[in-house]
Design a protein around this ligand. Structure first.
Ligand code: SF4
Length: 900
């Protein structure tokens, strides 16, 4: 890598690549003293209004992911390296020929909330405007499309009415289906700071799981999975009964209230109401009473609400309560959907979802269609919505879609029922994948691979959950011949004969055109809408480069930077400008549990990983906290299924199977289990949970029901376990369970097998070769097959293998430290005994930023008699980085009390 045009050893302001909080970052590029590599330093941008200098563990580790290792560095056709001209010509020809033979709906794009707005805009313009099909959908479908649909039903547009400052101004914050502490950590930190400054502020968590977010909750309602509509209908009925409604707001600015209230009351008055909720009436009533009493109530919701076959109804049930109380658009209150991805919002703006046209203009708006058609000079602008993600891949499976272009996403690992998706991609006539990573579950199935720029190379804009547009700036030159996604799409468009409309000189050019599109028809009643960037239509390249974070709508330059909220005075974007109550009745999840599949599988993110780990797994410090796929299970279910802590459980659904390490605790209630979404076939053999997850989806939004899959659980009857530390990747036997973890200077493999320890030991010894068998220190008990061997060269570890029937202490993570340690006699003793000594004995990683392990924390508690999180943090440094581990420190203090 070389310095980019902006990489002049100065701090450059840019934006985090991960979640929808959209934190501002300052990054500096330096050369390494020891290699040709560049070092990208990262710190929080003190001036960015999303985070004011804070970052979470993932954001802080971004610099460690800027490596050439694993990058897609040039185009490939099949498995053969190619060049841009050949690859682009082929993509254009294949798409063109397919369209000629089978029509525009025989092709599709599947894009991503990881794309920048400029990338998204050009991709949407090509598919809807010039190919003439609506078949462009995005992985944001899996993340927040239920919120989009709910917003449109209630507000007339996909409008997020709130701003992040509402977290500081609210008096009651209700977190629904949101593990904010792990999934939006900087918002959690803002909320926590606000609560500690104003102790009267209350936080309610509504989630079937007891997550780290509950650490700051005054009340946790572990409702039954999928019961959100019921809870919120009950709230609406309660507010009406207690005469806590805002009649003036309902009267002046809304319609549909009587029908919505009738539906809500029917649910609330049902004799089974509390049974179906699954929460004691006293807790529910407390929650209702707090809402009734608190004008500044902010409801924050996320994937727990959206990822449901009733996701849109859940969103509207929440919004109904805010419309009924007039608590919307004012400081500290409102229904606030926080998005999962860094640019899910940008995709929504430009039309990246198959069922929207562009710039918040919809397919069912003839005047909007006319304006866009004229603006793009595209006579064949699509006239109907395209296929949403699940339908789109079903159409690939059915052979209806014959050419598919996947950009910046990994559907073979992330879509539900992913075995079917993999088969569909294998059988599809032509699959193009543009990505910055070479080896993903999806790139393995591509006919053409196109190298896209990575985070540090890209330049453009992203929009966060509070509608704030921020610049992502180029820090370094592209790896290999990687190109911006917008450039790749434009080059294909030109080769398809649409050169005049895709002749962009730069991303700034694209942005200006997009801003111009948002102005179309704003003065006409039928096209009046929220998204308006008229103040940015003629910004110069220099102004674009220096663009400060700003919120839309942006009709004109706004020196005061006042927070922009919507709907305090009504003025919704519906035909009559009234907000719409939607009458929703509770519907249980699409598929119920049964004798064959008695448990409910819930899925979600973990603290230190992102999506399918293609980038976060490059940073060793992000890999230690939860190194393996796991199954959280209650003690009661563990016992009923003959599972102990640390065992491996097999999870089966009608769609597929996966394995995970058992974690027993109080996180989930009996009848439910939880697994993380991140592992896939490139970093594990059987950890791909998406193979199990149900493809059922919401009938309106098309968002899959990723939080509710009926499953069966059983012990995986492995006979042997191993840990392998190596400096290079190895090919492990297919039939094994294995998980690969990136560690400093190498890899750590967790392995289990149905074979005996002797057989597994023989297999792994053979894999490491004769030289290992001859030169490794340690021993192998040939009878039982137990092995503890390490190969050392000039005082440095080359590789290390431990095999047993059961590894007594699952925490062998310290073995990985051997790759960066000098191998002295105490280290050799540790290898031979299997018990970490001295500096190695820090235990499983808890704090990713400061690399503090569990044993270090336990020692500090017992030796210093520590009793508070603050004291433990002070003594060990844990939690002094991003602070995401502080809730876990509290749990550790409870589990291992001083003197306990
Ligand atoms: Fe990135 Fe973390 Fe901020 Fe999300 S909260 S944008 S992952 S630093």
């Amino acid at each position: 890598m070389n310095y980019g045009q902006h990489g002049k050893q100065e701090w450059i302001k840019t934006t985090c690549a991960y979640c929808g909080v959209g934190c501002g970052i300052e990054a500096k590029v330096e050369t390494s003293m020891h290699s040709a590599d560049l070092i990208v330093q990262v710190k929080g941008d003190q001036t960015h209004p999303a985070n004011f200098g804070r970052l979470c563990s993932k954001g802080l580790a971004l610099g460690e992911t800027v490596v050439n290792q694993g990058r897609l560095l040039q185009p490939f056709i099949g498995s053969e390296p190619s060049n841009w001209d050949q690859a682009l010509d082929l993509v254009a020809q294949k798409f063109q020929r397919t369209i000629e033979q089978h029509g525009p709906d025989s092709v599709a794009f599947y894009v991503s909330g990881q794309l920048l707005t400029e990338d998204y805009y050009v991709a949407n313009k090509l598919m809807k405007g010039f190919i003439g099909s609506g078949n462009i959908d995005t992985n944001s479908r899996l993340c927040m499309s239920s919120s989009v649909a709910g917003h449109k039903r209630a507000f007339g547009t996909d409008t997020v009415p709130n701003v992040y400052a509402d977290f500081e101004q609210a008096e009651l914050v209700v977190l629904v289906g949101s593990n904010l502490a792990w999934c939006h950590p900087v918002l959690f930190q803002r909320l926590k700071a606000a609560k500690s400054q104003r102790p009267n502020m209350k936080v309610v968590v509504i989630d079937p799981r007891h997550t780290d977010t509950c650490a700051i909750a005054d009340l946790h309602l572990p409702i039954k999975p999928g019961a959100d509509v019921l809870l919120y209908n009950g709230l609406l009925a309660y507010l009406a009964k207690q005469e806590c409604l805002n009649d003036a707001y309902i009267e002046s600015h809304t319609e549909g209230f009587p029908e919505a209230l009738a539906c809500a009351t029917a649910d609330f008055n049902d004799a089974t109401f509390f049974d179906r909720l699954g929460v004691p009436p006293s807790l529910v009533t407390t929650f209702y009473r707090w809402v009734a009493q608190t004008a500044k109530t902010l409801t924050v919701y996320s994937q727990g609400v959206n990822q449901s076959s009733a996701g849109v109804d859940k969103v509207n049930a929440i919004i109904n309560t805010h419309l009924a109380t007039g608590r919307i658009g004012k400081p500290g209150c409102g229904p606030f959907s926080v998005t999962g991805q860094p640019n899910a919002m940008g995709g929504r703006e430009v039309g990246g979802l198959a069922n929207t046209l562009a710039g918040h203009l919809e397919f069912d708006n003839p005047r909007g269609h006319e304006l866009i058609s004229e603006f793009w000079q595209s006579p064949q602008l699509a006239t109907a919505p395209g296929l949403k993600a699940i339908e789109l891949f079903d159409a690939v499976a059915d052979g209806k879609i014959k050419a598919l272009w996947i950009m910046a996403t990994n559907p073979a690992a992330s879509l539900p029922n992913s075995n079917k998706v993999k088969t569909a991609l294998s059988n599809c006539d032509f699959v193009v994948v543009s990505d910055c990573i070479a080896d993903t579950d999806t790139t393995r199935l591509a006919d053409v691979l196109l190298p896209a720029q990575g985070w540090a190379e890209k330049s453009g804009t992203v929009t966060n959950s509070e509608r704030r547009i921020s610049r992502q700036r180029q820090l370094i030159e592209s790896a290999g011949v990687a190109k911006p996604d917008w450039w790749i799409v434009a080059e294909v468009a030109k080769r398809m004969g649409f050169g005049d409309q895709f002749n962009y000189a730069s991303e700034a050019d694209v942005f200006r055109e997009y801003a111009q599109l948002t102005t179309l028809g704003q003065d006409e009643p039928s096209c009046r809408r929220d998204l308006d960037l008229s103040g940015l239509t003629d910004i110069s390249d220099r102004q674009y480069q220096n663009l400060e974070p700003l919120q839309w709508p942006f009709p004109a330059p706004d020196p005061a930077h006042l927070p922009k909220r919507f709907f305090a005075e009504g003025k919704f974007y519906t035909a009559n400008q009234r907000g719409q109550f939607i009458a929703v009745g509770y519907r249980p999840p699409q598929t119920a549990t049964s004798v064959d599949y008695p448990l409910v599988l819930n899925s979600g993110r973990i603290r230190d990983q992102w999506h399918t780990m293609t980038r976060t797994s490059l940073a060793p410090r992000l890999c230690g906290h939860r190194p393996e796929p796991f199954v959280s299970v209650s003690a009661m279910d563990a016992k009923a299924h003959s599972l102990n802590e640390g065992d491996i459980a097999q999870i089966d659904s009608p769609y597929g199977s996966c394995l995970g390490r058992v974690r027993i605790g109080e996180e989930v209630s009996p009848g439910q289990i939880f697994m993380p979404i991140h592992w896939n076939d490139t970093n594990s053999s059987k950890g791909r949970i998406s193979a199990v997850v149900s493809p059922e989806y919401d009938p309106i939004s098309g968002q899959p029901e990723a939080k509710f899959t009926p499953v069966q659980m059983s012990p995986w009857p492995y006979q042997s376990e191993a840990m392998l530390v190596t400096r290079v990747a190895v090919e492990l036997p297919e039939e094994c369970y294995w998980v690969k973890q990136t560690v400093e200077q190498g890899l750590l493999y967790y392995i289990a097998s149905l074979a005996s320890p002797a057989e597994l030991s023989a297999q792994l010894n053979a894999l490491l070769g004769e030289e290992f068998q001859v030169n490794a220190l340690g021993f192998t008990d040939t009878g039982r097959g137990f092995t503890r061997c390490a190969r050392v060269r000039v005082g440095r570890l080359v590789d290390c293998l431990v095999v047993a029937d059961r590894l007594a202490d699952k925490d062998y993570g310290w073995l990985a430290d051997l790759l960066v340690s000098r191998i002295d006699t105490s280290v050799q003793r540790s290898i031979l005994s299997g018990i970490a000594e001295g500096d190695l004995a820090h235990g499983k990683q808890i704090c990713a930023c400061k690399k503090v392990g569990l044993k270090t924390l336990q020692r500090a508690i017992s030796e210093q008699g520590l009793t508070s999180v603050e004291a433990l943090s002070l003594a060990t440094d844990a939690g002094t980085g991003c602070g995401s581990c502080l809730p876990e420190l509290g749990e550790i203090l409870k589990q291992f009390p001083a003197g306990g």
